[in-house]
Design a protein around this ligand. Sequence first.
Ligand code: SAM
Ligand code: SF4
Length: 341
Amino acid sequence: MDLERPLAAAPPMIDPFGRAVTYLRVSVTDRCDFRCVYCMSEHMNFLPKPELLTLEELDRVCSAFVAKGVRKLRLTGGEPLVRRDVMTLIKSLGRHLETGALDELTLTTNGSQLARHAADLHAAGIRRINVSLDTLKPDLFAKITRWGRLPQVLDGIEAAKRAGLQIKINTVALKGVNEAEIPSLVEWAHGEGHDITLIETMPMGDIDGDRTDQYLPLSQVRRTLATRWTLDEMDFRTGGPARYVSVKETGGRLGFITPLTHNFCESCNRVRLTCTGTLYMCLGQDDAADLRAAVRASEADDILNATIDEAIGRKPKGHDFIIDRDHKRPAVARHMSLTGG
Ligand code: SAM
Ligand code: SF4
């Protein structure tokens, strides 16, 4: 790996549509201690261990991307904090923050293990995390996550706040499930000093139910919220696909991620790596590159680098997500827990 080069100066990779690829999301495990109804079926078959990239291999692949101009790394899953020894990887990746090669190392988590890890995450250089939380009602929380318990997550959020981590809450908007609670979730998040982003359900992987029952267009949620509050458009971006408004009455920021009602592909700056080393150039397409084979083919990074370059050269223009009564099958067969959202 060419770590001698001044990494901070690495020019970004440019895809065929002129978009700079500066953001890598890495799913470090497909496993999870929750079984959220929109994400997984209750009985999931997880990948056998040998198929996973080791922590050292994950580090090598992430570092290759950093050397190619990626400025932001997000670890996700499955639940990233349930992967054994994941803190070793996180601490090691923190070195790229110290050299200035990386602007941000961050994490998306369900919060269940945060109380244990919050201080170490901060010590490793992480400053912002996303915590997924769809309701503040304990019974509904148990119903949505199937295996999760709300107090554990709230404790985790508290610990993260104490450790000095900035928290963004991610809430999947679910028709007739947490729909009525959205205003109070926003009020709570803003009261605690957190940004909050609402997400539409995306048609990924087979789940036990019918997704048309869950799908709630955020355009509708936004209209409802606008009858209660003054929502001012903002230029604020976090490098992700969310569009933000500020809520005048609460003084907080509210984001909307609308893959279905608003196509966010034109500004896409990211690619996604699964825990098996498969690189997806688009969340909503099946085309992929096998970086595990590339990593294992040689101890030097030449094959890995060439495979990455070739893959970026085929990044597609956009996704074709649709959820309606005629399209009950998921747009892509893999679950969000594999590519990490
Ligand atoms: N386990 C971690 C968590 O829940 O934050 C990280 C992985 S999870 C797959 C990442 C995000 O994807 C979460 O905010 C989750 O709510 C969201 N998500 C999962 N399945 C989804 C789906 N089908 N549509 C939209 N968002 C989904
Ligand atoms: Fe686990 Fe996150 Fe999927 Fe929920 S959304 S089942 S917490 S990976």
